[in-house]
Design a protein around this ligand. Sequence first.
Ligand code: SF4
Length: 182
Amino acid sequence: MSKKPMIASVWLGGCAGCHMSLLDIDERIVALMELADIGAMPITDFKLGGFPMADVGLVEGAVCNTDNIKFLEEIRAKSKFLVSLGDCAGWGCVPFMRNFFPLNQVLEHGYIWSSSTVDGFIPDDKELPRYLDKVQPIREFVKVDFHIPGCPPSADTIFHVVHELVSGRVPNGIPQPLLHFD
Ligand code: SF4
């Protein structure tokens, strides 16, 4: 029996909305599973086995810190075909909004001045990843083979692209009815 293609996905600096949309393919996941295996998703524990060698690697989220860079480079090295999933991965989207302010100001607002915080402080431990001065899309760090736009992309769009890829076809763009940017 020939080996099925492997799909794996990760979540960097994003809100999980793109993965929620991926889950919205609902029962069509059965059709995908007939064609491919799913090796890792944010709901699995990477510490158990790490990111697998994948035919299709899906990346949600922008690059916000040093751990994101390390992880992204590993994913690139292990993915034959890398897809940026959604606008955070594609151009920065919501996390990118912090780029309008100096990093220190953003951290002070998040950890000290937010109305729910008492005696706040900015965490600083060597085990914590370092924030990048500016949030960046993943293509600034690795080669991206395909981008699915949208915040989030619709389940139909994600299914279309992933189904094409695991069927051995590289989509020639995204059909107009499936294309949206909201
Ligand atoms: S593109 Fe939108 S839905 Fe996807 S992770 Fe970013 S903010 Fe969330």
